[in-house]
Design a binder for this molecule. Structure first.
Ligand SMILES: Nc1ncnc2c1ncn2[C@@H]1O[C@H](COP(=O)(O)OP(=O)(O)OP(=O)(O)O)[C@@H](O)[C@H]1O
Length: 304
């Protein structure tokens, strides 16, 4: 009799995870898929209790995520690219809900870093049977970032990319090549680890995760749980150096290829000679002259 009861009881570790999918219908380049139907199909097959909430405007994902966490959803999933991940994760800070990701963007930097499957069925299956880990959260001038933030050329390219009208990797490369011919490095002063650096900024990246997306490794040694940001400074970009940097990004060898200088720190201040563009998780924010960058260790739970 005792054996029989054991056989019909659910396993002791089994708990049904309530999941809220926050879907950015504008993410990515593949608009032909019926994403809500696919999410429904794979989450139902996995036996999940879930709801799908589409965004209606930029910034909406943060509000939807915060509301879902307050309603008690255990996992709140960003269905989109790194911009959507940033908004959803922002809404979850300080709550007890974990971030999930169904990657639908063109770069998917955080999803790739966390080894989340890039295909929708694989990602949904993973979220429906999650394991949880905590990750560090960066802040630049009060704005949280989860993957990378940065000053200089990469922020400038993000700004121009947003105005380009089309999306995807090929548009990004075209914009980057066009702007490369025009962009000039700017003098900056950096305070970190009781050190003062006076240098030029072509790119100054603050990496929580290792890559920008598309397997472009700006800081291949970055560890999302180490309480540190990896700083990558590129002070100029002559053509031969641009080739070295491009190869280093693609191969994950930038720290040893000689194109960039690296530091690690959890608190950095930067003063630029003139207003300088900055981005968070690939989205251009503004041009400013003073920057304070810090790290909140293990401030977000993520379902991987
Ligand atoms: N319903 C919506 N209408 C218009 N913009 C939206 C909507 N929902 C979210 N957004 C905005 O779309 C921006 C881009 O989204 P996201 O980064 O997810 O996709 P992507 O740009 O295609 O991906 P990637 O960043 O990988 O290139 C987000 O920063 C977000 O503010």
């Amino acid at each position: 009799m005792r054996l029989y009861l054991l056989a019909i009881s659910p396993p002791r570790h089994f708990t049904l995870v309530r999941i809220c999918f926050i879907l950015n219908p504008t993410s990515g380049t593949n608009r032909t898929q019926d994403v809500p139907a696919l999410l429904t199909r794979y989450a139902t097959t996995a036996g999940a209790e879930f709801e799908i909430r589409p965004t209606q405007y930029a910034g909406h994902a943060e509000e939807l995520a915060r509301a879902a966490a307050q309603e008690g959803y255990r996992v709140v999933v960003a269905v989109g690219g790194d911009g959507t991940v940033n908004e959803v994760a922002r809404g979850l800070l300080g709550t007890s809900a974990a971030l999930g990701i169904v990657p639908r963007g063109s770069g998917n930097g955080l999803a790739r870093h966390l080894h989340i499957p890039l295909d929708l069925p694989g990602a949904v299956r993973r979220i429906c049977a999650p394991t949880f880990q905590r990750m560090d959260v960066g802040h630049i001038n009060g704005r949280p970032f989860f993957c990378t933030a940065g000053l200089g050329f990469d922020a400038h390219v993000s700004k121009m990319f947003a105005r380009a009208g089309t999306r995807g990797l090929s548009t990004y490369v075209k914009v980057a090549l066009r702007e490369y011919r025009r962009y000039q490095a700017m003098p900056i002063e950096v305070e970190l680890n009781n050190q003062h650096l006076a240098t030029n900024c072509y790119v100054l990246a603050f990496a929580n995760a290792a890559q920008y997306g598309n397997n472009a490794y700006i800081a291949p040694r970055a560890d999302i749980q180490d309480g540190l940001l990896d700083l990558c400074l590129i002070d100029g970009l002559s053509f031969p150096r641009a080739v070295r940097v491009g190869l280093g990004l693609a191969l994950g060898t930038l720290p040893t290829s000689g194109g960039a200088v690296y530091h690690t720190s959890c608190h950095i201040q930067v003063k630029a000679a003139r207003p300088l563009g900055f981005h968070v998780d690939g989205d251009y924010v503004a041009d400013e002259t003073d920057f304070v960058v810090s790290l909140d260790p293990l401030a977000l739970e993520v379902a991987v």
